[in-house]
Design a binder for this molecule. Structure first.
Ligand code: WT7
Length: 675
């Protein structure tokens, strides 16, 4: 089998781990794939049976059908539904009325290290808050079905409340991660055509107050569509409020009744719920559309299969709601199944590296969803911070966002889960809306392998193929595709907001005539049929699990007056998985000084956002290019990651060999000088 390594570790393809406590769910791999095959052969009926578990406001007329644009699929057309209704009203009118829906913890700690602020909402209380906000948005701002809003929010309860209120009114929203820059926020506001922005004055992170409203002001000054800005008072900052445009949330809520009844809009199943922007190979971020009905079907199903969610469970996902994981598996997924979901404002290592473990102990968390980067970061502090806490309530652990290296898997399994909990690495992406490849301990649990994602879930027709779109033999690296449409996939009208051509091109044209959804990932399938996703096959970085386009960072760099050309590639990092490494060609007459290095790093951060600055930046006199002028990224990447390159001359047939050799030596010298 071809050796695949993650963060310096070879994968133990053959190892298998079973858990006797889960025997009642265990199935053999052979049996699992029989069930899987059946779900794919009857894929329409499979998903219809899952959709029937939801409460429809009026029934669908078809399970799925092609949309108006190529490769766009409508799921459950004709049906009317509202995800806010499914997440709230259904539980409030049933047995979960007084069950906790949301537990939130702020970052600031008291002298004993405990949280200074905790807010808890029962389902009834959450619905009441959502209705009050929906009332204010409708009556004070005039928001109605089909309108667009953008959120730039910290991890405070108002964020999920806003998402649910907007969904309830049928307002299409985009949530922008609070680490993005004003320019990046403005780009998204413009692309969606948002006329309302929801934000906060600031929030707490690592003991500091991070300002948000200022960034919003910067973005709004670049955006023609914005009519109103709603500001939550979180950090007590004295912010500038523009008369007539900016409103404090508490002022807007003053006129709202204490418990208004706002009926959820009965929207079409396949009408947009939200647009979430994500990075690709070229161009700006793509706005991925997710609908109400198909998306809710996938989330509801995976909450049961993958998380085995029961009413007694307490669920904690460590993601940020600014990314898809938070949308799907902090807010909508858990609430769809009536779970108690936990939200924490701060970072895992502040004020001490036991914040997660303290949260698990404090609230009796039973199901924990986290990331490889977070795990690796906390592993460095050893086992003691974990052992200080009683984690006996934990019964299930999953990770997401990037490949999990076997030793991080081991640590979650041995130390955090105490060899009692299934530990999985759930593969999916912004575009899929929900989990696609994972163990399913809630229904059919197969033996675990450290580092694997597992078999595809039922109803998900995943395959690893070669350039021609044919399945590769076990152990061979290929491209991960999904061969049949699935609920949760990018939605009508256009898959990518406003750009149906780009949607078809990026996801469906790699394998002409096949209709396969191309994920952009490399993967290996082993002899058991388990899939091991190995990382991106395109120019996309996964920095601490965050998806960042090298193109976007390069654009930020070349917008600096001293920079002529820039190439950003992934370098390996023991904690973050990947980090951006920049190679910069300066304009004539500019000096490659250490000051300029710092300035360019800072510049990238201010242009792109605080989530990514180059971890290293090298000045070079030229970039290696093919004869047609294409930057040879594979070569640059090899230099950046210190991996052997072999014969440079065979890298690209059409390259001007001498030029490339020179550029290559230049890159190497630059790297060696700094190291
Ligand atoms: C990319 C998608 C899924 C929600 C958060 C990220 C990588 C994600 C795994 C995993 C290996 C993974 C892939 C994918 N990825 N989960 N369990 N094992 N790789 O969503 O930001 O859209 O990123 O993350 O490369 O394509 P995203």
């Amino acid at each position: 089998m071809e050796e695949v390594t993650f963060v310096g570790e070879a994968l133990p393809f053959g190892e298998r781990i079973t858990l006797s406590d889960w025997n009642h769910r265990n199935v053999s791999v052979r049996k699992y794939f029989e069930l899987h095959k059946d779900s794919i052969e009857n894929i329409q009926e499979f998903w219809a049976s899952k959709a029937r578990e939801l409460e429809w406001l009026s029934p669908w007329t078809k399970i799925s059908e092609p949309g108006a644009h190529p490769h766009v699929t409508r799921w459950f057309p004709g049906g009317r539904i509202n995800i806010s209704h499914l997440c709230l009203d259904r539980h409030v009118s049933g047995k979960r009325r007084n069950k906790l829906s949301l537990i939130w913890e702020g970052e600031p700690r008291d002298e004993k290290g405990g949280p200074m602020e905790v807010r808890k909402y029962t389902y009834y209380e959450l619905l009441t808050e959502v209705n009050r906000v929906a009332y204010a948005f409708r009556n004070e701002l005039g928001l109605k079905r089909g309108d667009k809003a953008a959120l730039y929010m910290p991890m405070i309860p108002e964020l999920p409340i806003f998402l649910l209120a907007l969904a309830r009114l049928g307002v299409v929203f985009t949530a922008v991660f609070s680490g993005f820059s004003a320019e990046n926020l403005a780009l998204r506001i413009k692309d969606l055509g948002a006329r309302t922005i929801l934000t906060a004055d600031g929030f707490y992170r690592r003991g500091k107050v991070i300002k948000l409203k200022e960034t919003v002001d910067g973005a709004v000054s670049l955006s023609a569509t914005v009519e109103s800005v709603v500001v939550v008072k979180r950090a007590g900052l004295d912010v500038h409020m523009t008369e007539g445009r900016d409103h404090w949330l508490h002022d807007l809520l003053e006129g709202a009744p204490s418990s208004p009844e706002i009926q959820p809009e009965p929207v079409e199943s396949d009408s947009p719920l939200y647009v979430l922007y994500t990075s690709g190979t070229t161009g700006g971020p793509k706005g991925i559309i997710h609908d109400h009905g198909g998306y809710a079907t996938l989330l509801h199903t995976t909450m049961k299969e993958v998380f085995d969610m029961k009413d007694e469970d307490v669920y904690y996902c460590t993601a940020d709601i600014g990314w898809v994981t938070g949308h799907s598996y902090i807010v909508f997924g858990p609430l769809l199944v009536g779970a108690t979901t936990i939200m924490y404002e701060g970072t895992p290592d502040y004020p001490a590296p036991d914040t997660w473990w303290a949260i698990i102990e404090r609230y009796g968390v039973s199901i924990f969803y986290t990331t490889p980067t977070g795990t690796r970061m906390l592993m460095k502090f050893g086992d003691d911070p974990v052992k200080k806490h009683d984690l006996s309530t934990l019964r299930l652990i999953h990770s997401v966002g990037e490949p999990i290296n076997p030793s991080a898997w081991r640590w979650l399994y041995d130390v955090v889960g105490q060899k009692r909990c299934p530990v999985g690495s759930t593969w999916w992406m912004t575009e899929t809306g929900g989990i696609m490849i994972s163990y399913a301990p809630g229904t059919h649990f197969v033996p675990m392998k450290p580092g694997a994602n597992g078999p595809p879930l039922p109803g998900i027709d995943a395959e690893v193929v070669n350039e021609a779109g044919e399945p590769v033999s076990p152990g061979t690296k290929g491209f991960l595709v999904i061969k049949k449409p699935f609920p949760g996939m990018p939605s009508p009208p256009t898959g990518i907001w406003g750009d149906p051509e780009r949607y078809a091109k990026v996801y469906f044209e790699k394998f002409p005539g096949k209709n396969y959804f191309y994920t952009g990932d490399y993967a290996v399938k082993d002899t058991d049929g388990y899939i091991w996703v190995a990382g991106r096959a395109d120019e996309v970085l996964k920095v601490a699990g965050h998806r960042i386009g090298t193109y976007e960072l390069e654009s930020a760099l070349v917008s600096h007056e001293s920079v002529a050309e820039a190439a950003v590639v992934a370098g390996p990092d023991a904690v973050k998985g990947e980090v951006p490494i920049a190679f910069v060609v300066l304009k004539q007459g500019r000096d490659p000084t250490p000051e300029l290095t710092l300035e360019l790093k800072k510049w990238t951060k201010s242009k792109f956002g605080s989530i990514a600055e180059p971890s290293q930046l090298f000045f070079v006199s030229r970039l290696p290019k093919t004869r047609s002028g294409k930057i040879m990224r594979r070569l640059i990447k090899a230099v950046a990651s210190g991996s052997p390159l072999g014969d440079v001359t065979t890298l690209e047939d059409e390259a001007a060999v001498d030029e490339v050799q020179n550029a290559y030596q230049d890159l190497k010298r630059a790297v060696e000088r700094i190291d």
